[in-house]
Design a binder for this molecule. Structure first.
Ligand SMILES: [Zn+2]
Ligand SMILES: [Zn+2]
Length: 165
């Protein structure tokens, strides 16, 4: 069975390969494998023209994966093909390719920095009976800075859960 996230990654990779062709005049057609495990989201093998992806992290963080990991790994292959093997992995050549691909040239994937099991969630509630929302630290921090998330049913803003749980 091919999962939805694999389709998304495939489509993103195809779109990025078209950008590479326009910008650099290079035809890239990397092989994909979904056999990576552990903390690394992706791994590029330039000599084999292969990108390995981590399915578990892709399912957990699909948006970040498509927006960041896919260009990150493709940029390694492009930088290798264009500049050769004597460049630093995340040096200025790689960063230039990332920018050309419309991606933020960050060195690490955000989820590589935070171990999955340590990801902290914050309990919130609205006015619906027994409501409980598990918000990520990103959303929690936005609320702390004054951003508001509203329940679609009761239309009340989410508040930190006060009752014992
Ligand atoms: Zn890298
Ligand atoms: Zn509600």
């Amino acid at each position: 069975m091919v999962l939805e996230i694999e389709h998304r990654v495939q489509r993103k990779l195809e779109a990025l390969c078209r950008v590479v062709q326009e910008r650099y005049g290079m035809i890239m057609w990397p092989e994909m494998a979904w056999d990576l495990r552990g903390q690394a989201a992706g791994q590029a093998n330039a000599r084999r023209n292969l990108i390995r992806f981590n399915r578990e992290l892709a399912e957990r963080y699909p948006d970040e994966f498509v927006a960041q990991t896919v260009p990150h790994e493709l940029a390694h292959l492009v930088a290798f093909k264009k500049f050769g093997g004597n460049i630093r992995p995340h040096g200025r050549e790689w960063r230039a390719v990332m920018i050309a691909l419309g991606a933020e040239p960050r060195r690490t994937h955000r989820y590589e920095v935070t171990p999955v099991r340590k990801l902290r969630l914050y309990a919130y509630q609205c006015h619906c009976p027994d409501s409980e929302y598990q918000l990520t630290a990103i959303r929690h921090n936005r609320i702390q800075r004054g951003h508001m998330y509203v329940c679609k049913r009761c239309l009340q803003p989410l508040e930190p859960k006060t009752a014992a749980y």
